[in-house]
Design a protein around this ligand. Sequence first.
Ligand SMILES: NC(=O)c1ccc[n+]([C@@H]2O[C@H](COP(=O)([O-])OP(=O)(O)OC[C@H]3O[C@@H](n4cnc5c(N)ncnc54)[C@H](O)[C@@H]3O)[C@@H](O)[C@H]2O)c1
Length: 329
Amino acid sequence: MSRVLITGGTGFIGYHLANRLSNQNHEIVLADNFFRSEKDADLIALLEKPNVKLVEGDLTIKESWDKLGDGYDYVYHLVGINGTELFYKIPHEVLRIGIETTLHVLDWFRTKNNKPEAKILYTSSNEAYAGALEAFGKLPLPTPENVPLVISDPYNARWSYAGQKLVGELLFIHYSKAYNFRMSIVRPHNFYGPREGYQHVIPEIIERVQKKVEPFPIFGADDTRSFCYIDDAIEAIQAVMESSKTDGGTYHIGTHRETVIKDLIETMFKILNWHPKELDIKNSPAGSVKRRLPDVSKIKRDIGWEAKVELEEGLQKMTEWYLAHPRKV
Ligand SMILES: NC(=O)c1ccc[n+]([C@@H]2O[C@H](COP(=O)([O-])OP(=O)(O)OC[C@H]3O[C@@H](n4cnc5c(N)ncnc54)[C@H](O)[C@@H]3O)[C@@H](O)[C@H]2O)c1
């Protein structure tokens, strides 16, 4: 049994990770201030488990860390401001919260956790390298971990998120070397699943289909992404954390299936058994990247992980959850 801290632990990834780890009888502490998550029925049920505890607090404030105790075997640092809309709305806060919480977690981990063999994991993002395409006009596809991290335009608010992830990766790499502790970095590539919030592409499609919106808008119809179901994703995150082979390394987590957004939406129409009469094809916002496909061979080679859930199967499960949990108005 391990003692585990998950920062940003009531959010999308944190909740599913905590559920999985608590079912394996680990002792879990979730730290969050509900900036972007909710104390909904799923979270309340999780918190009823005797081995799961919530510590509420703003992790940009140094004193919040004093409430978390010590002696953790594993620290998953998930806290951050996710959600594309927020990158445009509050880029300064995306930067401040990302960087302050990361500096605090690293200082707390090396001075207060008091467990020399403990390991810490950072969740970066594919956004950290996505600017390379705009800046240099090319990015290898599938994209491996060792491409340059690039902010193509610091005046475009979109890149606030990438900027703090880039700095976060540097902080993890150089603090862990300077102070000699174990860490790994993961870059999630479009995780999807139940309870991911309502301001994401798939939940928004579900809502529009339910409202039978005509003509049906499709943003960035020809763009591609690779979608990874949350059950696969958290299995990978735990595997990277618990292996010593991944110490000091950066790992892409995702699938090698490249999906065109228009095809994803057509699959959703099929699952929801409705098709609009007319489609309204719209351009994606400035700074959005046309194609994204991670090279996921490193994680397979080093620890044998690969995604198992097929897109249609994952979308079906996710749709069932969203139909049962419509957005509160
Ligand atoms: N979901 C994805 O596909 C994806 C892709 C790339 C990177 N990531 C990264 O993975 C991590 C987790 O992502 P997620 O999808 O679970 O996001 P999420 O928004 O659901 O979870 C983040 C959590 O951090 C909390 N938080 C924000 N500011 C805080 C603060 N000052 N103090 C305490 N808590 C605070 C929020 O309330 C939220 O619960 C994030 O760092 C995100 O950038 C996720």
